[in-house]
Design a protein around this ligand. Structure first.
Ligand SMILES: Nc1ncnc2c1ncn2[C@@H]1O[C@H](COP(=O)(O)OP(=O)(O)OP(=O)(O)O)[C@@H](O)[C@H]1O
Length: 232
């Protein structure tokens, strides 16, 4: 469902991604690990089509189309959605207003808000005064309402307490059921909510330096750091 070939991306005229190859099949989950600054968030934001990220080479084939030069809204309509690591506060716009744009079935939104204990946030301005954990939950809830075929999830567990981690883990589990997703993680906490066959990718300096089963790769990373073994 996603095939990325030799993706080279510049931000502010600086090359950040230096030839990424990445592939996901339908219903598959990819997990990205890597040091700070290795290009993980850049990769997700490039997939979604944010305009700061200039594709200089390579292809992004999503659902059989090269979307490398398509707009964000076209990509969203094709079934891509993103949860940002640091989403903005959007003053004057209530969460419910955006949710209604993502899904015109208001009854379904309200039912899901009840299910995920999000009712009290619906009529607040987006992310304004939300705690770190609340921002993560609200972003994930928006993705659940959008119900994308491919969910791009950037560090869902950073700054989240143990109780919220469980909530977030369950939300992600439901979100990606019978769907595809890419999740960035540093702590690995989220791995226990992801399928055992999730694929892992280690990024370094704008390249994928290692691939394998996500849970196995993470065990190695914890023991030996990011750079053990042969490159593949
Ligand atoms: N607008 C920009 N101008 C210059 N450099 C940028 C810009 N945006 C990102 N970068 C650089 O690109 C590199 C990759 O950033 P990115 O956010 O993708 O890393 P990351 O792997 O997600 O890191 P982290 O684990 O810290 O979130 C970093 O060195 C960053 O400083």
């Amino acid at each position: 469902m996603l095939k990325v070939d030799n993706l080279v991306v510049k931000v502010d005229n600086k090359e950040i991604l230096k030839g990424i190859d990445f592939e996901l099949k339908d219903n598959e989950i990819g997990v990205i690990f890597g040091q700070n600054g290795s290009g993980k968030s850049t990769f997700l934001q490039t997939l979604m089509g944010f305009s700061d990220y200039k594709v200089k080479n390579g292809k992004i084939i999503f659902e059989n189309q090269n979307i490398a030069n398509e707009s964000i809204d076209k990509r969203a309509k094709l079934g891509m959605g993103i949860m940002l690591q640091k989403p903005p506060v959007i003053k004057g716009v209530k969460l419910i207003d955006v949710l209604k744009l993502l899904n015109n079935n208001e009854e379904e939104i309200l039912n899901l808000a009840k299910k995920y204990n999000m009712e009290s946030y619906l009529y607040r301005e987006i992310n304004k005064g939300f705690s770190g954990g609340e921002i993560k939950r609200s972003e994930l809830f928006s993705l659940i309402i959008q119900s994308p075929k491919l969910a791009l999830i950037d560090e869902p567990e950073s700054g989240v307490d143990v109780d919220n981690l469980k909530l977030i883990g369950e939300m992600i589990k439901n979100l990606i059921q019978n769907r595809s997703g890419i999740v960035i993680t540093h702590t690995g906490e989220i791995l226990k909510y992801l399928p055992d066959n999730s694929k892992g990718f280690i990024f370094e300096n704008g390249k994928v330096i290692k691939k394998g089963l996500a849970k196995e790769l993470f065990k190695d990373i914890k023991k030996f750091g990011f750079r053990r073994g042969d490159e593949s």
